[in-house]
Design a protein around this ligand. Structure first.
Ligand code: FES
Length: 609
């Protein structure tokens, strides 16, 4: 049957019974699907013309009567039962997200583990019939080096390279292995790519390994989001679908290749001159890159298959760079504190500093590390999705149309990313909103919303008019229907506030437990690093107002941007920095919050605003 999607005009033929979400994947139409098609998020709304099967319970729960009458369906629930015309409203389209690429870093000496060398290999003679490989080894050793390991690809290219320029050759070595041999003195580029593979976004940095210069940066929304916005949804996809693991690996490898192509095109260099690559990501992302099943991470005792650094040739992963480029997936600290946290520590230098610092990285998870070179402790909370919008009725990623700043001064003012009509609210906007709602007495410290009468009594009639009753619960119209994209309001429900409370309570509790573990107080912390997009865009005063973090009276608050990506770059440019990641993994003590008896009390105490 034929399904046509509007406004893109994409047309696909699928068999009867295919879900509209699956049909949209085949058509290359990107639909919001944070729950991965389980019918729980209600975000994959489309307007259908034709027979799309009976309404499911999930649709009855998520769609209003008016929406059903207007032809709205949930794409993951509706199925193709006739030829269909499917309109994707703005709110369901996946927009390119704002991706934070730059981050704080520290200086390291340029000392890459991929390097170039030239060598003269005297030709063999009838008197000395040494093999090509033996002649190469001998010439290399005469330069004062140990035996050279040679990849199969380099061995295959060895005879032609040796004979083309009378024995003068250029060698490309990765971790001491010869992976490329070129005739004569070759001064072509020697490149590396460093990747930060986030649950939501992937960023790649193209570096010239002979100068250390960054040549290009490219990024994409992680295409695995079609299988769910958070790592748990993706792990569930692996369990539910026979080739789910392969689908997820193909998705990340495809994105890495597109980023590599884009970055090389920007810099005007060939991708087969990329001889080294580093990757940091949370532990699940590292597993999926390698095609290793991460399912055990979702079950107690939450152990990874591999936490150690892994090096593999690019061709084994299907990467479109030099086939024998060395790819380093950096080591993780624990199942839920991954190589991205190692990257943050490497970039901020927490592991080498005498002063005590706290690093907070809030993405789809929240990871925190506290300490100094003496002792460094880390924990993780599964709190992030609320900050990235996935679990909120009005939430969305930091993309075009997301409200990212709010102020309330008798009326409500907001700003959207790219100044387009508001479609929802992203994490930094939500933190702002709640801080402002507290100050305006729309919210109690307990998180309960006041009724409209309370605001009327305060003389705030404009705010009172925005309070709605939804069953037994209240909601607040941040954006009125006539102001929103598709004529829809952005309505923050009591449940949304509750989700934020749970998330911020878990993060705050984690911070307090780390402080207790080190036996220090708020005044002992000299620096607070806020990592990741959320940390970069959040207003610190709003984070303090809602109690996401305590006031650190002596601390400098430093937004460090994509510090995980900076760590990946350092590990590419410097052998010593890459070696430091091993020290970091040894130094960091991981605290599993769920088994600490004090966590529940601390969590409950941290819930109030
Ligand atoms: S409800 Fe359809 S993807 Fe979540």
């Amino acid at each position: 049957m034929r399904v046509k999607f509007q406004p893109s005009g994409a047309l696909v033929e699928v068999s009867e019974g295919t879900s509209l979400l699956a049909a949209s994947h085949q058509a290359g139409v990107a639909l919001e699907s944070p729950c991965g098609g389980r019918g729980t998020c209600g975000k994959c709304r489309v307007i259908v013309d034709g027979d799309a099967g009976p309404l499911t319970d999930a649709e009855q729960r998520h769609l209003s009567l008016e929406e059903i009458q207007a032809g709205y369906r949930l794409a993951c629930q509706a199925v193709v039962a006739s030829d269909l015309l499917v309109r994707v409203p703005e709110g369901s389209q996946v927009y390119s997200v704002s991706i934070l690429s730059q981050g704080l870093t520290r200086e390291v000496a340029l000392e890459p583990w991929v390097r170039r060398a030239t060598l003269y290999v005297p030709p063999s003679t009838l008197e000395d019939q040494a093999s090509d490989l033996a002649a190469l080894q001998k010439a290399w050793q005469q330069q004062g080096f140990d035996d050279l390991s040679v990849s199969l690809g380099a061995l295959r290219r060895l005879p032609a390279a040796l004979r083309q320029d009378d024995g003068l050759v250029t060698l490309i070595l990765a971790d001491g292995e010869l992976i490329e041999i070129l005739p004569g003195v070759d001064e072509g580029p020697v490149l590396g790519l460093a990747y930060d593979i986030g649950t939501t976004t992937i960023v790649g940095y193209l570096l010239d390994l002979t100068t250390g210069r960054e040549l290009a940066v490219a990024s994409l929304l992680n295409p695995q989001t079609q299988y769910g916005d958070d790592v748990v949804s993706r792990i569930q996809h692996i369990t539910a679908v026979p080739n789910g693991l392969q689908q997820l690996q193909d998705a990340v490898v495809g994105a890495i290749n597109r980023i590599a192509t884009d970055a090389c095109r920007q810099a005007g260099v060939p991708a087969d001159c990329v001889y080294g690559m580093t990757a940091v990501g949370n532990t699940t992302m590292q597993h999926l890159l390698l095609g290793v099943d991460p399912s055990a991470l979702a079950r107690s005792p939450y152990v990874p298959v591999v936490a150690e650094a892994v090096s593999i040739p690019a061709q084994r992963l299907g990467l479109a760079i030099h086939p024998e480029a060395h790819v380093w997936a950096l080591a993780s600290i624990a199942g839920w504190v991954g190589a991205d946290t190692v990257g943050v520590i490497l970039a901020t230098g927490q592991h080498q500093a005498d002063e005590i610092s706290l690093a907070i990285d809030i993405g789809t998870n929240g990871e925190m590390t506290l300490g100094s070179r003496q002792r460094l402790v880390a924990c993780s909370t599964a709190a992030g999705p609320a900050f990235e919008g996935a679990h909120l009725s009005c939430g969305m990623r930091a993309a075009s149309g997301a409200i990212d700043q709010v102020s309330i001064d008798g009326d409500v003012h907001w700003r959207t990313i790219q100044n387009t009509p508001p479609r929802g609210i992203c994490g930094s906007g939500l933190v702002d909103l709640v801080a402002q709602m507290l100050d305006a007495e729309i919210l109690r410290e307990s998180g309960m919303m006041h009724d409209a009468q309370h605001l009327t009594d305060l003389g705030q009639s404009a705010l009172a008019a925005r309070i709605r009753s939804e069953g037994r619960h209240r909601a607040f119209d941040l954006v009125l229907p006539q102001e929103g994209a598709d004529g829809r309001p952005v309505r923050v429900s009591q449940r949304d506030i509750r989700e934020l409370q749970l998330a911020k309570g878990a993060i705050r509790a984690g911070i307090e437990i780390l402080l207790d573990e080190l036996g220090i107080g708020h005044a002992d912390v000299a620096r607070v690093y806020l990592a990741g997009a959320f940390g970069n865009y959040i207003r610190p005063e709003s984070a303090l107002r809602i109690g996401l973090m305590p006031a650190f009276p002596n601390a400098e608050i430093v937004p460090v941007g994509n510090a995980a990506g900076s760590g990946a770059k350092l590990a590419l440019l410097s052998q010593s920095a890459r070696d430091e990641t091993r020290d970091i993994v040894r130094l960091v003590e991981y605290l599993e919050l769920s088994i600490l008896p004090e966590f529940q009390d601390q969590f409950a105490a941290s819930m109030v605003f």
